[in-house]
Design a protein around this ligand. Sequence first.
Ligand code: 5GP
Ligand code: ZN
Length: 138
Amino acid sequence: MIKDDCIFCKIGKGEIPSATIYENSDFRVFLDVAPANRGHALIIPKDHADNIFQLDGETAGKLFSLATVVARAIKEETGCEGMNIVQNNGAVAGQTVNHFHLHLIPRNEGDGVNVTWKPGETENNAQQELAKAIRKHV
Ligand code: 5GP
Ligand code: ZN
């Protein structure tokens, strides 16, 4: 499914140009226009899904398999020491483009990129109960 007003559907189809690293019939991999770091890339399915809550598992599996190949390619070319894989779902989680995309962000010592959070505190019983409650939905 393609959504008419979706910028990443247009990039997927090639209607809007992008610095493309790789494409096949299902996916396009391209450089982020406002990168967190040099080599910051996005992987999108060509078929529209708003976010992880809509993405089908088979597509997700293929997409992450592709991510392993792209991650190594970016590492080889940029010489990055590490990489963050980031994937935002919903405005509240920082998603600004409502078409599923996986960020690959190369990382280097002292690069100033920040994708961290403040660690929270837990209590074992409550964690066990929450895990059990969520398990019912899996
Ligand atoms: P989000 O915040 O939704 O997880 O990430 C959206 C990303 O898409 C941002 O990092 C933003 O820079 C990138 N982006 C938005 N519009 C375009 C575009 O037209 N071309 C490219 N290459 N990247 C885009
Ligand atoms: Zn789309």
